[in-house]
Design a protein around this ligand. Structure first.
Ligand SMILES: Nc1ncnc2c1ncn2[C@@H]1O[C@H](COP(=O)(O)OP(=O)(O)OP(=O)(O)O)[C@@H](O)[C@H]1O
Length: 235
């Protein structure tokens, strides 16, 4: 499933958070989404998911906005900051999501096992560690077996085993033909996970190219990134 941004723009009062992004995010590969703090990455993801309304332009999934899908969790799974009620158990959180999108309960149990939360499923999410909350968010993202997976900083709070696990998971999801769109500040991690990169700064597109093209001529992705984003870092 193709994600298409058409002149996507978001203003908060006089501030422009996302400034005319025009690009496509294609299936079958991991697309990394990079940019300095405040560049507009989360806002872009939130607009794709219908959580923020664009000031102008559009974010489309196979030609349609997120909100036009009857069972959106079966089209797009997402891990965003927050989003888990601390008083609910991990299992109940996923059950509520499953119910709202007519997803079988069996899938809840499968996802809890997949992310390694089988043993903690009946604990309140408020008592989870950061890494466990992150795993629960990933279980939620995959619940509807969606062709598009959007992950905002998925590595945050994960231990080294978790980091390796999510790296393999993203590669597998892309190999299955899904569209994997992931934001991260961990450039060394992106260098081993992403096929394609989109770099933005101050809401504007800086680069949209394969990892190999972006790294070419530089010692590492980190070096290439610093060169690309010079002048876009908020002071
Ligand atoms: N609800 C909001 N109200 C006002 N301004 C906002 C709101 N959400 C985001 N912004 C502003 O929009 C800009 C882009 O923020 P955004 O969170 O999308 O950046 P980001 O690239 O995800 O940053 P980070 O890497 O720090 O997570 C920032 O200047 C931010 O302060």
């Amino acid at each position: 499933m193709l994600i298409k941004l058409r002149k996507l723009t978001k203003r908060f009062g006089p501030a422009v958070a996302v400034d005319g992004l025009d690009l496509e995010i294609r299936p079958g590969r991991v697309t990394g989404f990079l940019g300095p703090n405040g560049a507009g990455k989360s806002t872009t993801m939130r607009m794709i998911l219908g959580l923020d309304r664009p000031t102008s332009g559009q974010a489309l999934l196979d030609g349609q906005p997120y909100c036009s899908y009857e069972w959106p969790l079966r089209k797009v799974g997402a891990l965003l900051e927050g989003g888990v009620h601390p008083g609910r158990t991990g299992r109940n959180h996923l059950l509520a999501m499953a119910r709202s999108n007519a997803i079988p309960v069996r899938r809840v149990n499968e996802m809890l096992e997949l992310v390694g939360l089988g043993g903690a499923a009946r604990k309140r999410a408020g008592a989870y560690s950061m890494g466990m909350r992150q795993r629960l968010g990933i279980a939620g993202a995959l619940l509807g077996d969606p062709p598009v997976v959007i992950l905002d900083e998925p590595v945050n709070g994960l231990d080294p085993d978790g980091v390796r696990w999510i790296r393999g998971l993203m590669r597998d999801l892309a190999a299955e033909g899904r569209t994997v769109f992931v934001s991260s500040h961990l450039l060394s991690e992106m260098q081993v996970t992403a096929d394609h990169l989109i770099v933005i700064g101050r809401g504007r597109l800086i680069a949209d190219a394969s990892l190999a093209q972006i790294v070419a001529g530089h010692a590492s992705l980190e070096d290439a990134y610093y060169r690309l984003t010079e002048g876009s870092v908020l002071s």
